[in-house]
Design a protein around this ligand. Structure first.
Ligand code: AKG
Length: 279
């Protein structure tokens, strides 16, 4: 599959690109059924807080699953799918390495995930990480679609602050200057959003009463990577063979917004003490 020069230009300039219909509606339905059946089976490897079918918190009934490709062949095949491999190779200039799968169920009433940068977690060096985020349901602002800050792929890693956990199931976020555009990404089931590891993104709660917002997510390291955070090992080539990367450390310098001549700019004055365990 080859991308047009406009598509590549959009990714280069904005840090993200949607490929509409990269997977068919039937494929999306297949994945929905597969992951709903897996969740109904109860706790799975990688569940941090377990599954509680009697909980009032929708996210405790349907917590996300992580790293399913390590034990589920369907997830592994999706992570390495040739359409995703071709798109990522075209967008980043080299075949990437595959490192993570996640499925978010986000049922009605479920909280979202506060704005963040994936590279904060993956710590890919050199280069960065890149995500393939596939909608399994139509998503819009009502059911908590993904939101991205266009152009933020050119920002360094920002220092994190506490997130509002009434709205987000994660507890850290990155501040952005007031008035910074945050674009809702409207997608149909089967569409795939590709975005670079520094892109600030997140999602709000699912305010609908009856619509899930399920998404299947792959995380990759760009082909020049030599290190990645410990949690993301083992790393795979796109043919499924294992590749040895070193382990990068968390923490380090991070950026803080300051005002210069009346405009917000990022100054690298902070030091990140913590690194999240997961993304
Ligand atoms: O799907 C969401 O709401 C957030 C997902 C996300 O932040 C990610 O894939 O990195």
């Amino acid at each position: 599959m080859s991308l047009t020069s406009q598509q590549k230009q959009h990714f280069d300039e904005q840090g993200y690109l949607i490929l509409h219909g990269l997977f068919s509606a039937q494929e999306a339905q297949y994945y929905r059924e597969h992951y709903m059946a897996l969740r109904q089976q109860g706790s799975k490897p990688g569940d941090f807080s377990g599954v509680d079918l009697s909980s009032q918190d929708p996210l405790k009934k349907y917590p996300r699953m992580i790293h399913m490709h390590r034990w589920d062949k369907i997830s592994l095949d999706w992570l390495l799918d040739r359409r995703i491999a071709a798109a990522l190779t075209s967008l980043t200039g080299a075949e990437p390495y595959a490192t993570q799968t996640m499925i978010y169920y986000k049922p009605p009433g479920g909280r979202g995930q506060a704005l963040h940068q994936d590279q904060f977690y993956l710590r890919v060096q050199p280069g960065t990480c890149v995500a393939a985020w596939m909608a399994l349901d139509a998503c819009d602002e009502e059911n908590g679609c993904l939101r991205v800050v266009p152009g933020s792929h050119n920002w360094p890693l920002l220092c994190t602050v506490k997130a509002d956990t009434t709205q987000s199931f994660t507890d850290v976020t990155v501040p952005i200057p007031e008035g910074t555009p945050v674009t809702p990404v409207l997608m149909q089931a089967g569409d795939v959003l590709f975005f670079s590891g520094q892109v600030v993104h997140g999602s709000g709660p699912n305010h609908s009463t009856d619509r899930f917002r399920r998404s299947l997510i792959g995380h990759y390291a760009t082909g020049d990577a030599q290190q990645i955070a410990r949690y993301y090992h083992p790393v795979l080539r796109m043919d499924g063979s294992a590749v040895e990367l070193d382990t990068s450390q968390g923490g380090g310098a991070c950026g803080i917004w300051v005002e210069h001549d009346g405009a917000p700019v990022i100054e690298i004055t902070g030091v990140e003490g913590i690194t999240g365990r997961t993304e």
